[in-house]
Every structure is written in structure tokens, then in C-alpha cells.
Design a protein around this ligand. Structure first.
Ligand code: GDP
Length: 295
């Protein structure tokens, strides 16, 4: 469906681009197309309606019809409004805290462990911090091992407790140890399941309750379409997270999920995963994502 959004927008803009002159009818049709495309991408009705109304007002206000290059002007207006819809500007994570505790949540396979490593790497190399990773995915020995391998790669210590299956205790002990050793950021990777279930939600809520993180980030695979939006909503209802991480944007999705998730949970997208490597993490820029969605 996200391909659908960009395809429709593209078609719509192609029609506009093809016009020597642009008429009121072209504008109205384009707006209708854009609204439909947004609705199809699960942007809620009210947001889609407000969006098209704003674009229309701006188009009329800026005299699109009499402009020298009306099409480009229209595309720019849509671009800027899309960026606004995704928050307008980038939103930083909260690293104030001693140590700052960052909790990572999401479904299995969404890219939590990879992101935990990438975030530690970014905080260490670009923000001059001394992070530690905590392996809270206690059910899969492979996950703990995966985090250890990543930690070694980026030179960040990983706190684990072999044989302990209580992630709340591990998280608390990890923070205690981080304090004792002078680390200023603690990133807690947690267990996910393939689908949302009560047990997982209870567990992650219990961890949040116990460690009172400064930042809770929800990780979601941008390729999963409508599921990404539903999952975001469920996690937000339970966890009231602070921000979203969209992973696998190096795939062939255009990124319409960014609009839908933002519009459904009204929380900022903070990072985007652009690959499997430890440096393949970008801060989310609404304007760049608008470029990408428009193609
Ligand atoms: P977790 O179960 O949520 O901890 O997910 P993992 O971190 O193990 O990631 C699942 C798979 O997705 C792994 O094969 C990762 O290498 C891959 N992955 C994670 N983030 C990205 C990304 O941004 N781009 C791509 N292409 N693959 C990713």
C-alpha cells in the first residue's frame, strides 16, 4: 500500500508536470488524488482532509495558477506539508540522566538488537558518550550472543547475566553496574515476539515501570505495511513510548509508514535504519522523508 501512495502521488504529479498551464481543475483533481493516496496509506481521515485543505489554501495563496512554474510550486507545497505532517523537524532523544536509560521495544525481527548496537555506536562516536548495552532478550541465547558480537564490533560493553530469565532484574542490575563503572548511557535491548501477545506486553511494561527510562523507543520494520501501523498503536497504548525507529528503509519501501505511524500515534520518528551495518543509522529528517515519498 505504501508503494501505492508514492505511485499515486507520482501519477498525480506527472499529470501536473505534463501541463503547460495548470488549471483549477488540475489542482482540485491532484488534491483529491493526494487525499485518496493518504487514506490508502492509513493516514486517518481528519489528517488527510486537513492536509489537502492546507495544500489548497497555500496553493491559492501563492497564486499557483498564475505562477511561472506552477507545477514546481505545487510540488513544493505538497512536499513541505508532507514534512510538516511528519513533525516538521528532527526530534532528539533524551540523554539527560546519569546514566540516561534508553529502553528498546518492538516485535521480534523488527531490528531491535541491531538498532541497539547502532544507537550505542552513534552515541559513542558522535555524542562523546560512554554507553553500555544490556541484553534483556533472555529467551533467545542467540540474541544475547548477537548483542555481544555487536558490542565487540563497536567497542561497547554488554551487560549479560547467564541463566537469569528475569529481564526486570537484569535491567536494574545493568543500570547499577553502569553507574558503578561510570557509564552515562544504558541501552536496554528487550525480547520481542513474532506477534503482539499479553505476556510480552506485560513484560516490557514491567521493565519500563521498574527502570523508569528517560527514553523509550519503539522499533518497527518499515517494510511491514499496515502491520507496522497496528503494532505501533498497540505498543503506544501500553507503553506510551517517546519515539519511533523505522528500520529497513534501505529496502524498496518508499516510507509511507512514517506518515501513517506519525498520524496514528502522534509520536516523533527519531531514527531510520538504513542497513545491517553498525553505521547504517540516520537521524530522521521529515524533509528528506518527504523527498523520498514523493520519489
Ligand atoms: P530483533 O529480533 O528485533 O532484535 O531484530 P534484529 O536486530 O535481529 O534484526 C532482524 C534482521 O533484520 C537481522 O537480519 C538484521 O540484520 C536485519 N536488520 C535490522 N535493521 C536493518 C536495517 O535497517 N536494514 C536492513 N536491510 N536490515 C536490517
Amino acid at each position: 500500500m505504501f508503494e501505492n501512495l508514492s505511485e499515486r502521488l507520482e501519477r498525480s504529479f506527472k499529470i501536473l508536470k505534463g501541463q503547460g498551464r495548470i488549471t483549477e481543475i488540475n489542482v482540485a483533481e491532484t488534491l483529491k488524488d493526494i487525499r485518496r493516496a493518504l487514506l490508502d496509506a492509513d493516514v486517518n481521515y481528519k489528517t488527510a482532509k486537513t492536509f489537502t485543505e492546507t495544500v489548497k489554501e497555500k496553493a491559492l495563496g501563492q497564486n499557483v495558477l498564475t505562477a511561472v512554474k506552477p507545477q514546481q510550486m505545487m510540488v513544493k507545497i505538497v512536499h513541505d506539508e508532507l514534512a510538516q505532517l511528519m513533525g516538521g523537524t528532527s526530534t532528539d532523544i533524551n540523554l539527560k540522566g546519569n546514566p540516561a536509560v534508553i529502553l528498546i521495544a518492538g516485535l521480534q525481527g523488527s531490528g531491535k538488537t541491531t538498532f541497539s548496537g547502532k544507537l550505542a555506536n552513534l552515541i559513542k562516536s558522535k555524542r562523546g558518550k560512554h554507553p553500555v548495552l544490556v541484553a534483556g532478550d533472555v529467551y533467545r541465547p542467540a540474541a544475547i550472543n548477537q548483542l555481544q558480537v555487536l558490542g565487540e564490533q563497536i567497542g561497547v560493553p554488554v551487560y549479560t547475566e547467564e541463566g537469569n530469565t528475569d529481564p526486570v532484574k537484569i535491567a536494574k542490575a545493568g543500570i547499577k553496574e553502569a553507574k558503578a563503572k561510570g557509564h552515562d548511557v544504558v541501552i536496554i535491548d528487550t525480547a520481542g515476539r513474532l506477534a503482539i501477545d499479553e505476556e510480552m506486553m506485560n513484560e516490557i511494561s514491567a521493565i519500563k515501570e521498574a527502570v523508569k527510562p528517560h527514553e523509550t523507543l519503539f522499533v518497527v520494520d518499515a517494510m511491514t505495511g499496515q502491520d507496522a501501523v497496528n503494532t505501533a498503536k498497540e505498543f503506544n497504548d501500553r507503553l506510551d513510548f517517546d519515539g519511533v525507529v523505522l528500520t529497513k528503509l534501505d529496502g524498496d519501501t518508499r516510507g509511507g509508514a512514517a506518515i501513517s505511524i506519525r498520524s496514528v500515534v502522534d509520536k516523533p520518528i527519531k531514527f531510520v535504519g538504513m542497513g545491517e551495518k553498525m553505521d547504517a543509522l540516520d537521524v530522521f529528517h521529515p524533509s528528506r522523508m518527504a523527498d523520498r515519498i514523493l520519489g
